[in-house]
Design a protein around this ligand. Structure first.
Ligand SMILES: CSCCC(=O)/C(O)=C/O
Ligand SMILES: [Fe+2]
Length: 178
C-alpha cells in the first residue's frame, strides 16, 4: 500500500496521479481508514481473525476486469469511480492485481491509496471515496461484510446522510479535529 495526495490533473484516472507528498498509515487511521497487509500461506487465518474481532460475518469475491465483469466492465467502473459513501464499512482484501481507492480528507483533498495483493483496507461508513483499477485493468478482491452482502453506493452530495454525519462526529470525538 502506498498513499499520497492525488494531483487533480485531467489525465486518465487509471494513471497514478502521484504527488510528492505521501500520506502515512497513521494519517489514514486518523480519517478512520484501517490497513493491514497479509500474505503467505496463512493469510486466510489472519483475515479470519480480523473478521472475528470486527464482526465481519459474510464475504464474497469480485474480479474487476473485462474477463470478470464482461460487458458491464466499463459501466461498473464508472459507478465505482463516482464519488460516493456507504452506510456500512467497505472492507476489501486484495487477492490479486492492483488498483486505487481515493478517499477525501477533511479539507476535501483526494488521498490516493494504491493497493496490491495482500492489502486489506477498511473504509469507514460515511467517508466519501471512489475506486478504480490501474492501467493493468485487473484487481481481484475479497469483499467482507458485517451483515448480508450489500453494496449500495450513495453518491455525493450526501452531506445530510446520518452515516455521513456520524462519521464526521466520530472524527470530532477523536479529538483530532474541531
Ligand atoms: C474493489 S471492490 C469494487 C469497488 C467497490 O466495491 C466500491 O465500493 C468502491 O468504492
Ligand atoms: Fe465504495
Amino acid at each position: 500500500m502506498r498513499a499520497y495526495f492525488y494531483d487533480n490533473s485531467d489525465s486518465d484516472p487509471k494513471e497514478p496521479h502521484e504527488q510528492l507528498t505521501t500520506v502515512t498509515p497513521e494519517e489514514l487511521r486518523n480519517l478512520g481508514v484501517l490497513y493491514w497487509h497479509f500474505d503467505g500461506d496463512n493469510y486466510l487465518d489472519k483475515i479470519n481473525n480480523i473478521a472475528k474481532e470486527r464482526n465481519y460475518k459474510n464475504r464474497d469475491e469480485i474480479n474487476v476486469s473485462e474477463e470478470g465483469l464482461g460487458d458491464s466492465y466499463e459501466s461498473k467502473l464508472k459507478i465505482f469511480f463516482q464519488e460516493h459513501l456507504h452506510e456500512d464499512e467497505e472492507i476489501r482484501y486484495i487477492l490479486d492485481g492492483s488498483g486505487y481507492f481515493d478517499v477525501r480528507d477533511l479539507l476535501d483533498r483526494w488521498i490516493r491509496i494504491a493497493v496490491t495483493k495482500g492489502d486489506l483496507i477498511v473504509l469507514p461508513a460515511g467517508i466519501y471515496h471512489r475506486f478504480i483499477v490501474d492501467t493493468n485493468n485487473y484487481l481481484k478482491a475479497m469483499r467482507l461484510f458485517k451483515e448480508e452482502p450489500k453494496w449500495t453506493p450513495i453518491n455525493r452530495p450526501a452531506d445530510d446522510n446520518p452515516h455521513r454525519l456520524g462519521y464526521l462526529q466520530s472524527l470530532r470525538d477523536s479529538g483530532l479535529y474541531k
